[in-house]
Design a protein around this ligand. Structure first.
Ligand code: DGY
Length: 331
């Protein structure tokens, strides 16, 4: 008998077709974010689930879905999935690293540039019909080329942003990360490790790329913002919750820092109301990895993982990017 899987969000038809070569697939054509009881109901009898960053896979769900053997996400971030709980329930988990690195770094850099050069703010001004004359200081922002880039979180995406800054824009690159990169990688990227306070104090443009966890909750709040230059910008493409959004909105309103670019928010898709009323912030709806080729590659990688995790396809039993590979062979 064919195993049953659930695609918990709408995804490219080609990805569903690949799953259908091996499994009976229930889809979510209306692309609703199902409330937890609905997700649990639809997971009954399912051996696997294709998820994104929006589905919460936690202990109560796992306890209520005893047939589940694989949870495969098309996101690289997996703070929505309790991996240790999955492991203890014998559920294999995979995410989608690497395939989105360059696209996400492009976006992080674009958001940082839009923030520094006040692109959204000036566009809104123009659309409101307020542009009546050119003037010397109209929307004058700060330079990106030659400035000091501060990267908080130096994983794959952080490194790709550092490379853009150093090689493309002649930036001095400082970074802070729990573990230091090898000296050879630092030299290649032209990046120097500093402690967090020095990073905040010395950078002109801070880009945040750390994964969300209890340890990174409100990693940047009032105290950290107080260390930054009044001319500095902050860009967050990591996860909501890494930055204290209320503290950031206050810092933007009082011009404690110059501007911010945010792609992720605490409690998204809700956005802190104070952020919606300050002009010096560029807001985008969690789209850093959203190029068509990259979203296809992310979906394909999740499908590869799901097929392999459930013992089908050419890589049966060897999902390429498992997060708890010790479980392999048990699916
Ligand atoms: C990721 O892959 O983690 C992106 O933030 C999309 O969720």
């Amino acid at each position: 008998m064919r195993r049953q899987v659930l695609a918990a969000r709408a995804v490219f038809p080609e990805a569903i077709a690949r799953l259908r070569e091996h499994f009976d697939v229930e889809t979510n054509d209306s692309d609703e974010v199902w409330p937890q009881p609905e997700l649990i109901r639809r997971l009954q009898g399912k051996a696997g689930v294709f998820v994104t960053g929006t589905e919460k896979i936690d202990e109560p769900l796992l306890a209520a879905c005893p047939d589940l053997r694989a949870v495969c996400s098309m996101a690289v971030g997996y703070n929505n999935i309790d991996v240790p709980a999955c492991t203890s329930h014998g559920v294999l988990v995979s995410n989608a690293p690497d395939v989105l690195t360059e696209t996400t770094a492009d976006f992080g850099f674009a958001l940082m540039m839009a923030t520094a050069r006040r692109i959204a703010e000036s566009e809104h001004f123009l659309r409101r019909g307020e542009w009546t004359k050119w003037s010397v200081d109209m929307f004058a922002g700060s330079d990106v080329h030659g400035a000091t880039l501060g990267v908080l979180g130096m994983g794959r995406i952080g490194q790709a942003i550092a490379r853009r800054g150093a090689l493309g824009f002649g930036m001095k690159v400082l970074y802070h990360n729990r573990s230091r990169l090898d000296a050879a990688v630092e030299a290649q990227l032209g990046a120097r490790w500093v402690d967090k306070a020095t990073l905040l104090r010395d950078c002109d443009h801070l880009v945040i790329v750390v994964p969300y966890s209890a340890a990174s909750h409100h990693l940047v709040g009032t105290a950290e913002l107080a260390l930054m230059k009044p001319t500095a910008t902050l860009t967050n493409i990591a996860r909501g919750g890494v930055v204290d959004d209320a503290a950031l909105a206050a810092a933007l309103r009082t011009r404690r820092i110059a501007a911010a670019g945010l792609d992720v928010f605490e409690g998204e898709p809700q956005v802190h109301p104070a952020l919606l009323t300050v002009p010096n912030v560029v807001l985008t709806p969690h789209i850093a990895s959203a190029s068509i080729p990259t979203r296809r590659a992310m979906a394909d990688l999740a499908v590869d993982n799901l097929i392999a995790a459930l013992g089908a396809g050419p890589s049966a039993g060897k999902p390429p990017t498992a997060l708890n590979p010790a479980l392999l062979g048990h699916a």
